[in-house]
Every structure is written in C-alpha cells, then in structure tokens.
Design a protein around this ligand. Structure first.
Ligand code: ATP
Length: 352
C-alpha cells in the first residue's frame, strides 16, 4: 500500500496567495449571478473558498436500485447494540440483488469521482477541508478490497492511503496519536486509514500492551482528537467491517489452498483468530465509548463483500455530498486571460 510522505503532503498544501479575496478581480458576471456559497452543517474553522455553484452532481441512476432506508443511520451502533449477536451476513437496508448493488456502485462511482475532484479543486484554491475514511476490521474482513474497489473509483491523485501495522521503535517513543497525526490527509484529499489509532484500543487492550489506566484514558483522547479534526475541516467516516468466524475460516482456508494467495497468509492471523471473544469485547467497548455525534461508527456486515463495498461507497459519497462542494471561482481575470490567449492563437502555426 502506498504511503503519503509527510513532506510531500506539506508541499501539496495550497498557498494562501491563491485564495480569492476582495482585491481579486470579480468573477464573470453571468456565472457570478449563479454563485451560491457552500454551507456546512456545523460551524468549523475550516476555510471554504467562494464557489460558482454547489449544485448536486448530476448522475444517471437509471436502473440503479435504491436503499429501502438510508444506510448510514441504520448502521450506527445505538443503545443496546450488541456485537456478539450481530449478523455479519445481513444486508440491512438493501433488498436488491448483488447485480443491483453493482449497478448502484457504478452510478455512485461517477458521483464520487466528481465530488472528489471538487474537493481537490477546493483544496487547491484555499479550502482546508478533507475527508478521512477510518477502516477497521479483523484479518480478511476486506479492508484491502475497499481500498481497491471503492477508492479505486476516484483519481488516485486525490487519495492518500495509509496502513498501520505494529508500531516501529521510533513510533513507540511517541504518544500513540503521533503517527496518526503525521499521516492525516492533506487538504483537499480523501484519506484512507487501513487500521488506525483504534488499534491502540483493540490489539493493545486484548494483548495488554499498556497499563490499564493508560488504555482507559485513550478512548477520551481519541474522542478529543477526532473532535479537533472535525473542527479543522476533516470529515471522519468510521467503518468497522464485521465478519463471522465461519466466513473468516473460509477466507483463511482459501488463502492456504490457493498458491496465489499464500502471500496474504500470516500465521499470526491464527493467534488473533484464537482471541475472537476478546476482540468482540474490545470492539464493543470501542463502539460504546467512541461513537460520537461528530464521528459515529458504522458497523458494516461484511460476510458479503459486494455489500460492504456498496455501503462504504454510499457512506463516502454521502459525506462528500454533505460538504456542498462547488467549483472554485477563478482567482484571476477570466476575460483578460481569454483575450491574452486569443493573441497567441496563431503562434507556432504561421512562419514568422
Ligand atoms: P492486514 O492484516 O491489515 O492486511 P498485514 O497482515 O499486512 O495487515 P501489517 O499491516 O504489517 O500486517 O500489520 C497489521 C498488524 O499490526 C495487525 O496485527 C495489527 O493488530 C498490528 N497493529 C497495528 N497497530 C498496532 C498498534 N498500535 N499496536 C500493536 N499492534 C498494532
């Protein structure tokens, strides 16, 4: 998985000088008349540049089936949520077939792709917003497939993927959020965390990698951290992919039976599998203590890969829609640039 280098991320940040301001030429009247300022559901410190229009992306959904209920709220763990009795093979909110899901994915992909471009354009024009998809799940739950099949539908230049394994010696010398802060998506990007800071309250709790009081404090630290991110313009979409023990057995079995999948198998996965009840408890506590209003968890049944991929596409698209993204107003005189271009029209085509 590709890593975003911090210094590259820094370079990608827009220069303040590019932001449209009162001293900048007025935009073309005809389009300015149509201009609408994007609005946000909650006030944040995030910068939103002027935009021509925040009209929804037009996509053809002909033949694409819709959800029977909005899937986001359906998958949020409310009071009384019990992971131990969760049905990982269910498809809540979706009464269509796998083929229907594929058709909807394709339609959503078009929309997601344009929204991502609008986000990127905003980031290049002085905006400060980004979207971070946090993906958690046990081995074989399909995290890699989400990266390939969902994020794979948008321009890779607009995506920042990071995966988190066992902390390095250097990372261990720092607070557990240090490496996470260093990996946040640059402005205008969609970030994907394949595993995340939640490992520090999952594997760390199950394997008792820190004193109990330190582990206990982490839930609150995570909530504060995520609130801080939301306040500075990062929309966080948290997804836990949940598979059943039987489905994990089948997927691990396939990895052993197929030589082209041996590279994906790790004996360590069996040690983790042996602690299934402890992980179930640790995940339950994560949902109970870190599903906040600003950054709720979505617990996604993942025995059917086509379903979990559809859900994540839907959640990501909805998160981008909620940003009311438009196309940035040019920070230069469009008429003057057009006239200057006209003057160069015959350049290189006639002998001088
Ligand atoms: P995956 O199973 O996600 O495809 P992988 O098998 O290629 O990944 P890595 O990505 O190198 O392995 O590392 C994943 C492992 O790192 C998991 O076992 C996970 O629990 C562990 N890990 C991640 N973060 C931490 C952490 N903060 N502390 C301890 N272990 C961690």
């Amino acid at each position: 998985m590709s890593k975003t280098e911090p210094d590259k991320a820094e370079e990608a940040k827009p220069s303040k000088g590019r932001r449209p301001g009162p001293d900048k030429p007025a935009p073309d009247k005809s389009t300015a008349a149509k201009a609408t300022k994007a609005t946000k559901p909650e006030p944040t410190d995030a910068v939103e540049p002027d935009v021509y229009t925040a009209d929804p992306v037009e996509v053809t959904r002909e033949g694409a089936k819709d959800w029977s209920e909005p899937v986001g709220p359906l998958l949020r763990p409310g009071d009384g949520f019990d992971l131990a009795t969760f049905d990982a093979g269910a498809t809540p909110g979706w009464d269509g077939s796998e083929k229907d899901a594929e058709r909807r994915m394709a339609a959503l992909g078009e929309e997601l792709s344009e929204l991502q471009e609008r986000l990127y354009a905003e980031g290049r024009s002085g905006g400060s917003r980004s979207v971070l998809l946090v993906l958690q799940g046990l081995d074989t739950s399909g995290k890699g497939g989400i990266a390939r099949h969902v994020l794979g539908m948008v321009d890779p230049q607009g995506v920042a993927l990071r995966s988190f394994g066992v902390p390095t010696l250097q990372e261990r010398e720092h607070h557990f959020l240090w490496r996470i802060r260093n990996a946040l998506p640059p402005t205008g990007r969609i970030g994907l965390f394949d595993r995340s800071h939640y490992e520090d309250v999952l594997v760390a709790v199950v394997d008792e990698l820190a004193p109990p009081e330190e582990l206990d404090a982490r839930y609150g630290e995570i909530n504060d951290f995520e609130a801080e991110l939301a306040g500075s313009g990062t929309t966080i979409v948290k997804v836990a992919l949940v598979i059943s023990p039987q489905e994990q057995y089948d997927r691990l079995h396939e990895r052993l039976e197929r030589p082209d999948k041996h590279w994906k198998f790790s004996v360590g996965d069996l040690a983790t599998r042996a602690k299934w009840p402890q992980y179930t408890q640790a995940y339950q506590r994560v949902f109970d203590r870190t599903s906040t209003e600003g950054a709720p968890w979505h617990v996604v049944p993942a025995d059917n890969k086509w379903f979990s991929r559809l859900v994540v596409t839907e959640l990501l698209t909805q998160a981008l829609r909620d940003l009311n993204l438009g196309w940035p107003v040019a920070d230069f005189d469009v008429d003057a640039a057009r006239a200057a271009l006209e003057e160069t029209k015959d350049q290189g085509t006639t002998a001088s």
